[in-house]
Design a protein around this ligand. Structure first.
Ligand code: FES
Ligand SMILES: [Fe+2]
Length: 285
């Protein structure tokens, strides 16, 4: 998983996966990806522009023709909310394995870089117990309802205002190697899904992406969906507030793991709070 689908509109997008600089762009036949290096003299394609769905190099105007590519295209998948790229050597799948998303949902996507690996991001998500302690502003209490081989179901109370909290039952599971999904299985917003993805940018850099698919059976939800463009920023704000804290958790766990592996103190301080993230707006679906 490399980007929010909404990030690919009018401009090419630079991304990095496992230290490999890539450029993504949306053409007439969908999203394309290749190495971010023009084969002529090496300009970054991502500094160029799009013209009639073709990627144009900023230095001498070479236009990338996907019918006769001048550098190898990588397989991509755009699920309408998130964009995926398949790197050489990965076991090919026809499509990413994803949790069941609600058919009608308010959608938001939040991204945040952190100095860790996807492992710490997934571990954080599989530790719901920290919520009522580390995110006291958002969670009041948590109880484990069921532990299965492939999932944990918890009853968690989200704070609404002061002591007022709403209890829901939520199931966490791992649909694929770099994603944890949380599905609300009972209570307010049942059927809503939160997908958390960890993407390795380099050896000690990770992009955290959280896609929220919020649904409700309340009559007013149809109105909320029509106001999706106004509501999505608040959804991203709420996700970011938690993930800024959780990125510090992930970085601490990563440092401890590095110290154990090397026998030397890492000497790092949390980095995520001073870094830019690249939230992308998503329309209601
Ligand atoms: S470097 Fe791209 S056209 Fe020359
Ligand atoms: Fe958390």
């Amino acid at each position: 998983m490399v980007a929010a689908s909404a990030a690919l509109r009018r401009k090419p997008l630079a991304v990095r996966v496992l230290g490999r600089p890539l450029v993504l762009w949306r053409g007439a036949q969908g999203v394309h990806a290749t190495d971010d290096r023009c084969p002529h003299l090496g300009a970054r394609w991502s500094d160029g522009h799009l013209a009639d769905g073709r990627l144009v190099c900023p230095w001498h105007g070479l236009a990338f023709d996907v019918a006769a590519p001048c550098s190898p295209l990588l397989p991509t998948h755009d699920d309408g909310t998130l964009v995926w790229v398949q790197l050489p050597g990965e076991a090919p799948l026809p499509a990413p394995v994803l949790p069941l998303r609600p058919a009608s949902a308010l959608v938001s996507v939040m991204t945040l870089p952190a100095r860790c690996s996807p492992r710490e991001v997934l571990e954080n998500r599989l530790d719901p117990w920290h919520g009522a302690h580390f995110h006291r502003h958002s969670f009041a209490r948590l109880a484990v309802l069921e532990r299965a081989d492939d999932s944990i179901t918890v009853r968690v109370a989200f704070r609404v205002a002061g002591p007022l909290a709403i209890e829901v039952d939520a199931r966490f599971h791992c649909p694929q190697a770099r994603c944890i999904a949380m599905t609300i299985v009972d209570g307010e917003g049942a059927g809503s899904v939160v997908e958390t993805h960890g993407t390795a940018l380099g050896t000690d850099r990770c992009q955290i992406t959280e896609a929220v698919f919020a649904t409700s059976s309340r009559p007013g939800f149809a109105v909320a969906r029509r106001l999706g463009a106004l509501i999505a920023p608040y959804m991203r704000f709420a996700a970011r507030r938690l993930w800024v804290e959780d990125a510090a958790y992930c970085e601490r766990r990563y440092d401890l793991r590095q110290e154990a592996a090397t026998g030397r103190p890492s000497g790092h301080t949390p980095s995520c709070q001073s870094q830019e993230s690249s939230d992308e707006r998503e329309p209601a679906r």
